[in-house]
Ligand binder design. Structure first.
Ligand SMILES: C[S@@+](CC[C@H](N)C(=O)[O-])C[C@H]1O[C@@H](n2cnc3c(N)ncnc32)[C@H](O)[C@@H]1O
Length: 221
C-alpha cells in the first residue's frame, strides 16, 4: 500500500456550487413529483449499513447520538429512524440539501430529526453540541476528495474533524466509490482502526474480482 497515494482527478462534485444547484433541482422535483432524488450508491447500500448497525447493540445503543455527514436528502436518517435509532442529526453544507431533507422528513412525519447547515471543513465542531457515538458518511468523503483546491489538505482536515466529533468509543461508517478499502484504511489510520468491512456487491471482469464501492467501519483509536 503506497504511503503517498495520488489524489483523485478533481470534479465539479467537489464543489459546493454543484451541490447547491443539484439540490435546488431536487427540491423542485420533490415539490412537483414527490421524488426524493438520488440516494447515493442505492437504497441497498443504506440498508446494509443500517442492518449491520442494528446487530451491534454493544457498540451502538438505540439512543446514542448519530450524525449523518453530508446528509443530502435525509433518506439515510429516515432508514436509521425506521430501524429504531432515536438520536439523529444530519448536517450538510448546502442549505438547499438541508431544505430538501427538511421537506422529506416533514413529508414522512420524521420532523423531530435534527438538521443543521454545517460545513464539516469550516465550521466549529463545538456547534454540533456533545460528541457522537457514530458518524456516518456515504459519498461525502468522496466529494471532499474531489475538491479542485488542495484536496489532500481538505481530506486530512475532514479526518481530523470527524475524529474530534466522536466520543472515545466512537465509530465512523464510511462508504466510498472513489477510494479502495486499502486506500481508506491508509487515509484514516492516523486516528482510526478498521473494525469491520460491510460486504458490498462484487463484480468479476477478466478473471479478476472487485468491488464497486467500499463500506467500512472504523473505530477511533
Ligand atoms: C455524494 S453526496 C451524498 C449524499 C448522501 N450522503 C447520500 O448518501 O445520498 C455528498 C454530500 O456531501 C455534502 N458535502 C460535501 N462536502 C461537504 C462539507 N464540507 N460539509 C458538509 N457537507 C458536505 C454535499 O452537499 C452532498 O450532499
Amino acid at each position: 500500500m503506497a504511503e503517498d497515494e495520488q489524489e483523485l482527478d478533481s470534479s465539479e462534485l467537489g464543489t459546493q456550487d454543484y451541490w447547491d444547484k443539484t439540490y435546488s433541482l431536487e427540491i423542485n422535483n420533490f415539490k412537483h413529483h414527490g421524488d426524493v432524488g438520488e440516494v447515493w450508491f442505492g437504497e441497498d447500500s443504506a440498508l446494509r449499513i443500517v442492518r449491520w448497525l442494528s446487530t451491534k447493540p454493544e457498540l451502538v445503543a438505540s439512543t446514542d447520538r448519530i450524525i449523518d455527514l453530508g446528509c443530502g436528502n435525509g433518506m439515510m436518517l429516515v432508514e436509521l429512524h425506521d430501524e429504531g435509532f432515536t438520536n439523529l442529526t444530519g448536517v450538510d453544507y448546502s442549505q438547499n440539501a438541508i431544505d430538501l431533507a427538511s421537506q422529506v422528513l416533514r413529508d414522512k412525519s420524521r420532523s423531530h430529526i435534527t438538521l443543521q447547515t454545517f460545513d464539516i471543513l469550516e465550521n466549529d465542531i463545538a456547534d454540533l453540541g456533545s460528541t457522537f457515538r457514530v458518524a456516518h458518511d456515504k459519498g461525502t468523503y468522496d466529494a471532499v476528495s474531489l475538491n479542485p483546491d488542495n484536496p489532500k489538505e481538505k481530506r486530512e482536515k475532514y479526518i481530523k474533524n470527524v475524529k474530534e466529533m466522536l466520543d472515545p468509543q466512537g465509530i465512523l461508517i464510511i462508504t466510498s466509490c472513489n477510494w479502495t478499502e486499502d486506500e481508506l484504511i491508509n487515509h484514516f489510520k492516523i486516528y482510526f482502526e478498521l473494525l469491520h468491512s460491510i460486504p458490498t456487491p462484487s463484480f468479476r471482469f477478466a478473471g479478476q474480482t472487485g468491488n464497486l464501492i467500499s463500506s467500512l467501519v472504523f473505530r477511533k483509536r
